[in-house]
Design a protein around this ligand. Structure first.
Ligand code: SAH
Ligand code: SF4
Length: 456
């Protein structure tokens, strides 16, 4: 979501004739987009803002903007701590940024804008998002926010406080934004929301599975992804969409957070491990090869060894294709911060390490089973390894993703004469020959090579 917001900010600033630069020293404007989800992220923001102090001393005309969730949460306190900040841009004020910059240039005084609004589409029209999004881009994958905020109030989570109430965008605006992205060369879109499963419910709009069906009809779009699904709201209709919609990728991110019913209750997640496992089974009934990834918090207040064992047991049962795990961290305002029985840091670290070890094992076995299989891979560009190689090298390593979101690299020998830019965005069948912990390596199926070449 922050990547999407940063993209929107960049587009707005380009319209204001600003150009991106990789050098802080020559910048006239620095926008720091922030995340408040865990303590570590906030600490990073503070240390970065501290480093900007010297730049402002050297260049009094430099404008420093802090955007995102830390801006929303801290407001004026940020300017008190870092007086070199010019604008604190709350999460609902993103589209006011160009106006605020003009204002700050005239007033020569800092501005804090952290008001929250319930009208998401007003923000869109102010920012003329669809028109800006149509610019051609070198990306073949794009993000589109379909809703903002969250009404779930999980007891550990700051999102409802810093992003506000849940509001869904109108389907026609979403579809037109995606059409514009596709027009600019995008082949894959990821629909974003804190809980996409409750899309449109409050406003009586199209349901999320119906929205997916609308997006599925967009010509020129090849793949659809979405994040995040709350397990409590994962409907039968959405599960069935995986069997029906040809563009919907074979992957779901379904954060479980804990395998213990007692902890899930304390987290206010409103599902049980049993109901979660039942939904996993239904997903696999509809799509046996579906990749399932998750988020887990270790060391939630009161988490006993037994509770943690339940999480380990759930990981062994589900065999996730990937997981993001975090040590629980107190956030200002949220209920869990006031819970007793906090878990000491050493235990949290130990639990996190044993969880990662188990998961590495699960993924390694899963990857072994993929050897020799053929997957359609959407080509994203040259691989990370290729980017480090010198230009005299005889082969080019290309990187793409399977529908299950696995990274696949493969060699495209230079004598094929294929231009990487023309390969980007194409879907090519790749046979998996080698496996690594975070990626796969394969070879293109012969007939596909000539097909790709012919498309040049
Ligand atoms: N809307 C998504 C999650 C968004 S936050 C959902 O409902 O799953 C992304 C992840 O950050 C969460 O899934 C959770 O695992 C983690 N997280 C959130 N608050 C946290 C906290 N206080 N401490 C540690 N991890 C946290
Ligand atoms: Fe946070 Fe996600 Fe829970 Fe909303 S559903 S409160 S974003 S963890």
């Amino acid at each position: 979501m922050n990547v999407y917001d940063s993209g929107q900010i960049l587009k707005m600033m380009h319209c204001e004739n600003y150009k991106s630069t990789s050098s802080f020293v020559t910048a006239d404007l620095i926008i720091v987009n922030t995340c408040a989800i865990r303590e570590k992220a906030v600490q990073k923001v503070y240390s970065f803002l501290g480093r900007l102090r010297g730049l402002k001393k050297k260049n009094a005309d430099l404008i420093i903007v802090v955007a995102g969730c830390v801006a929303q949460q801290q407001g004026i306190k940020l300017v008190e701590r870092f007086p070199h900040i010019d604008i604190v841009l709350g999460t609902h004020a993103v589209y006011q940024l160009p106006d605020l910059i003009h204002e700050v240039k005239i007033k020569r005084h800092f501005i804090v804008e952290t008001k929250m609004s319930d009208h998401i589409d007003e923000m869109d029209s102010a920012g003329n998002m669809p028109a800006q999004a149509s610019e051609a881009s070198s990306e073949i994958s794009g993000f589109v926010t379909i809703m903002r905020g969250c009404d779930n109030y999980c007891t550990y989570c700051v999102v409802p406080y810093v992003r506000g109430r849940e509001v869904s965008r109108k389907p026609e605006l979403i579809v037109s934004e995606i059409e514009n992205l596709v027009h600019g060369g995008v082949k894959e879109v990821t629909l974003l929301g804190q809980n996409v499963n409750s899309y449109g419910v409050k406003e009586g709009l199209t349901s999320f599975p119906d929205l997916l069906a609308l997006v599925n009809k967009i010509k020129g779009l090849d793949r659809i992804r979405f994040v995040t699904s709350h397990p409590k709201d994962l409907s039968k209709q959405l599960i069935e969409a995986f069997g029906k919609l040809d563009k919907l990728c074979n992957h779901i991110h379904l954060p479980v957070q804990s395998g213990s019913n007692r902890i899930l209750k304390k987290m206010n997640r409103k599902y049980t491990r049993e109901s979660y496992l039942e939904k996993i089974e239904k997903l696999r009934d509809v799509s046996p090869q579906i990749a399932i990834t998750t988020d887990i918090i270790v060391g939630f207040p009161g988490e006993t060894d037994y509770d943690f064992e339940q999480t380990i047991d759930l990981i062994k049962t589900v065999r996730f294709d990937g997981l993001y795990a975090f040590e629980y961290s107190d956030r200002p305002e949220v209920p869990a911060t006031r819970f007793s029985d906090k878990i000491v840091s050493d235990i949290k670290k130990e639990r996190l390490q044993s969880l990662f070890k188990l998961q590495a094992n699960v993924v390694s076995k899963k990857h072994q089973s993929l050897e020799g299989r053929i997957f359609p891979v959407l080509i994203e560009g040259t691989s990370k390894k290729q980017q480090k190689k010198n230009s005299a090298s005889t082969s080019i390593e290309i990187c793409g993703r399977t529908s299950e979101n696995r990274i696949v690299n493969f060699d495209c020998p230079s004598h094929w004469g294929l231009d990487i830019d023309s390969l980007k965005g194409q879907i090519i069948d790749i046979k998996i020959e080698k496996i690594f912990s975070n990626s796969l390596w394969g070879v293109p199926i012969d007939k596909q090579i000539s097909k790709a070449g012919a498309l040049n």
